[in-house]
Design a binder for this molecule. Structure first.
Ligand code: NAP
Length: 325
């Protein structure tokens, strides 16, 4: 079926977002015969492309069930095929506006100023994910999975006995750097100031670790290497001097941003912008609206935990609809 702007098509379940959380929710909702309609996003940018962050990943070796590992895009293709197999209707479209004050809930695609919404959904599952904040340098997207990474838990293993860099000075950077010393011969933390933002305990752990050294007052200016990262051009912001750091891996740990702009004024958020859900539940404060995956998880941020919360959201939506009908 196609989706027509302004048609106000009534559906039981709409899923906004198509990473591991959204597609798991779609699989469960489809198998419950709720005929979910999924707005999977549009391949326009790195933030809200269909499939989410795994589309920017190469080898995934920690997703259970794939002992030999699996490429991120291939894993997401399998999630998607499984959802389609059970009847999920997936559209390569983006939601442009939502109104959760009405019931059924309204979702617009295309012109957000249109009088009538595209969909009216009895239950909505929000799974728009999050994105790692990046440095914005040339070739950044191309090098992800080829020496450049945003997840030490996922990719640290590939850098055994290599010299790698971590960019950032917060808790994430210290955690990543410390974790990476399990594999790397040396980890250089590149931080733009002369003191860390990280909590004292995380700082001390990193300072004590003999495999970690620090480049203070320094910013990465350029990624070196052709098809894979072969080094970084680093500039000292105090002196202006540039140098080349010969690393084969670089982990960017300067924070994450949840994709929640669409829900501003519609759903309560934590101070850091992540959606608030009830404890041990995917329920948001808006009745019939459930949130799952990285858009509401600022702690684990793993594909497997996202999939788990997607399952929770679908089961809760199903029970909500049972009560409603
Ligand atoms: P964060 O606290 O916001 O730190 C981001 C770091 O990246 C800062 O040091 C910042 O530098 C630097 N940075 C930001 N933009 C940059 C840019 N464009 N270029 C270079 N450097 C840049 O983010 P986070 O470390 O991801 O932590 C987020 C939250 O999660 C925090 O509340 C943290 O405590 C929490 N967290 C906790 C744990 C834990 O307890 N185990 C682990 C991870 C995260 P400046 O310092 O100069 O601003």
């Amino acid at each position: 079926m196609t989706l027509q702007a302004g048609a106000s098509r009534e559906v039981d379940v709409a899923v906004i977002g198509s990473g591991p959380a959204g597609l798991t929710a779609a699989i469960y909702a489809a198998r419950a015969d709720l005929k979910p309609v999924v707005l999977e996003g549009e391949p326009s940018s790195t933030s809200d492309q269909p499939g989410g962050q795994l589309m920017l990943t190469t080898d995934v070796e920690n997703f259970p069930g794939f002992p030999e590992g699996v490429m991120g895009p291939e894993l997401m293709r399998r999630f998607r095929d499984q959802a389609v197999r059970f009847g999920a209707e997936i559209h390569t479209l983006k939601a442009s506006r939502v109104d959760f004050s009405t019931r059924p809930h309204s979702i617009w695609v295309g012109d957000p100023a249109a009088a009538a919404p595209t969909l009216r959904a009895a239950a909505v599952i929000v799974s728009t994910g999050a994105q790692s904040i990046m440095l914005g340098l040339d070739r950044e997207v191309d090098l992800i999975g080829h020496g450049l990474s945003t997840c030490a838990t996922c990719d640290g293993f590939f850098f055994r006995d290599q010299h790698i860099a971590v960019v950032g000075g917060g808790d994430s950077a210290m955690e990543e750097a410390t974790f990476l010393t399990r594999f790397a011969s040396k980890v250089t933390v590149i931080h733009r100031r002369d003191s860390l933002r990280a909590s004292k305990i995380m700082q001390q752990r990193a300072f004590r670790n003999e495999r970690i050294d620090f480049m203070w007052n320094s910013v990465v200016e350029q990624y070196l290497g052709d098809s894979a990262l072969a080094g970084l051009r680093v500039r000292n912001v105090e002196t202006g001097a540039t140098s080349v750091l010969g690393v084969t891996g670089c982990f960017i740990a300067i924070g994450h941003r949840p994709n929640t702009d669409l829900f501003d004024g519609q759903l309560p958020m934590k101070e850091n912008g992540y959606l608030l859900t009830e404890p041990n539940s995917a329920a948001t404060a808006a009745e019939g609206v459930f949130a799952c995956g990285d858009v509401q998880d600022d702690f684990y941020r793993q594909a497997i935990t996202a999939a788990g919360t997607g399952c929770m959201a679908a089961i809760e939506a199903e029970r909500y609809l049972e009560r409603l009908h």
